[in-house]
Design a protein. Structure first.
Length: 119
């Protein structure tokens, strides 16, 4: 039997405005932060690192989406990524993908990720 994966609370679902994104610093001992995108009750979480050269995606805190809030955008190169799977649809890393993080929202409305996410 596989032991359960240790999880950590990223935030409450209500802490991510619907249709928007929010960034999170690295876990203790970690180097890379995470970010989440919310649409209704669905949340996607990715490591905050562009697959092209590893720079953080956000130019300002919590700015991960384009103006229409339809794609994730890298502030350095303008690469665009689908929210649903993190695949790059235009830019220098076309066809590559952001590192997805398993996520779940528990009955209390907490957004949970593996404890080791971003390490």
């Amino acid at each position: 039997m596989t032991p359960p994966v240790a999880e950590r609370v990223l935030c409450a679902l209500e802490d991510i405005p619907d249709g928007q994104s929010r960034g999170f610093g690295a876990a203790p001992g970690g180097f890379l932060g995470l970010f989440a995108v919310r649409r209704g009750d669905r949340v996607w979480v990715y490591v905050n690192s562009c697959p092209h050269i590893g720079v953080p995606l956000d130019p300002l805190p919590d700015r991960f989406l384009d103006r229409k809030r339809e794609n994730i955008v890298c502030s350095t190169h303008g690469a665009r990524f689908r929210i649903e799977d993190g695949v790059c649809t235009s830019g220098p890393c076309y066809g590559e993908a952001l590192e997805a993080v398993p996520v779940r929202v528990d009955p209390e409305g907490r957004v949970l990720v593996p404890a080791q996410a971003g390490l």
